[in-house]
Design a protein around this ligand. Structure first.
Ligand code: FAD
Length: 328
């Protein structure tokens, strides 16, 4: 009998987060022959999301809908995941290393006395053992980890590092609607007040334009938004920029902010403090724009432009607006 791997389809405002699809690809890397079962939980009709998980490679899906799952709570999600684990008896569980993944997985791991490998960026097989690679020391080094003996593989994966499989809309699979009473929650979400975030989700963006204190004002960020819109990217920021109130803290990248791994990271007016680099050092290509040729960010950048960002960015935008200059 083939082994079973449970992957979590994480909803954000009713839509699956991209990392949900990446968990399916990760499950295939763990065991290409395992049956992949997607768990989607929330409130209302989850059929569409369950179907999407199957189209991205899951063999079947289980949905759990309950009013107490309309907003995330570690207790609610924890109850569901633990019950599904009991029903399915999987050999592995994989979830995105998102705010939810970071919060709920340690709780389950400690409750069930399981090992947990968090924030994996790569998965390999070595002598039949599944080896997870994860960044340590704020991304300055990597460690390889395995779960001891035959223990259940429990891992979270960093968004944007393991490519999702191709979506195949002709794929079908069983969808089980599990009736479950999610109860006895000790915390209740009374209201969710969403920050107004514009455009693409920062943690999953392929292109990030991040501004620092050098941008000088909230007004100065407008040109970054213009470039981001043109490139289909997201705007981020250093803590310097957030502390100065040029933008919201939800945009902060770094040790105490978000960790991003886009294909292209453009650091604008950011000096390159170690705490900032902790959140972006694994970006595939880093471009720095800074008026100070000695700025530390140039030590990490693949391409650097020494100059005034208020001169450089309009020129870049102008060039990119030239027909055919944009890379699709
Ligand atoms: P600055 O260091 O002031 O750099 C501004 C840069 O803009 C300079 O290099 C300057 O040359 C350039 N510049 C100025 N004008 C222009 C212009 N016209 N054109 C082009 N370039 C220009 N920081 C984070 O970012 N993220 C974190 O998560 C984080 N966590 C932290 C946690 C702790 C415990 C501590 C102690 C600090 C943390 N910090 C974090 C803060 C960090 O140490 C730096 O203070 C911060 O990153 C600096 O932000 P900055 O690069 O925007 O500002």
């Amino acid at each position: 009998m083939s082994k079973k791997i449970v992957v979590i389809g994480e909803l954000q405002q009713g839509e699956l987060r991209k990392v949900s699809y990446e968990t399916i690809a990760a499950a295939k890397q763990v065991d290409a022959n395992a049956e992949i079962i997607a768990l989607v939980m929330g409130d209302g009709d989850l059929q569409k999301s369950a179907n999407e998980m199957i189209q991205y490679g899951a063999d079947r899906a289980i949905t759990v809908a309950h009013a107490n799952l309309s907003n995330y709570t570690s207790e609610g999600y924890g109850q569901v995941i633990m019950e599904i684990m009991q029903d399915v008896n999987p050999s592995a569980i994989i979830m995105g290393h998102t705010s939810i993944g970071k919060d709920v997985t340690p709780k389950i791991a400690s409750r069930l006395e399981l090992g947990l490998i968090s924030d994996a960026v790569a998965i390999e097989k070595e002598d039949d053992q599944v080896v997870f690679t994860r960044p340590i020391y704020s991304g300055k080094a990597f460690e390889k980890k395995v779960i001891k003996d035959d223990g259940l593989l429990f891992a979270t994966i960093r968004p944007n590092n393991i490519s999702a499989l191709q979506c195949d809309v002709s794929r079908t699979g069983d969808i089980t609607v599990k009736d479950m009473d999610v109860k006895d929650l000790r915390t209740i979400v009374k209201e969710v007040i969403r920050k107004k975030t514009e455009g693409v989700d920062l943690s999953e963006a392929k292109i990030v334009i991040a501004g620092g204190r050098g941008v000088k004002s909230a007004e100065g960020f407008k040109v970054l938004y213009e470039l981001a819109e043109l490139l289909g990217g997201a705007v981020g920021a250093s803590r310097g920029a957030c502390d100065a109130d040029y933008c919201d803290y939800s945009l902060q990248i770094g040790q105490t902010g978000k960790v991003v791994t886009p294909d292209l990271y453009i650091a604008v007016g950011i000096s390159g403090a170690i705490q900032h680099m902790a959140g972006m050092s694994n970006s595939k290509v880093i471009v720095a724009i800074n008026s100070d040729a000695e700025a530390n960010i140039f030590n990490m950048a693949d391409y650097g432009i020494v100059g005034d960002l208020f001169e450089v960015l309009p020129l870049l935008i102008k060039e990119m607006k030239v027909e055919g200059a944009l890379i699709s």
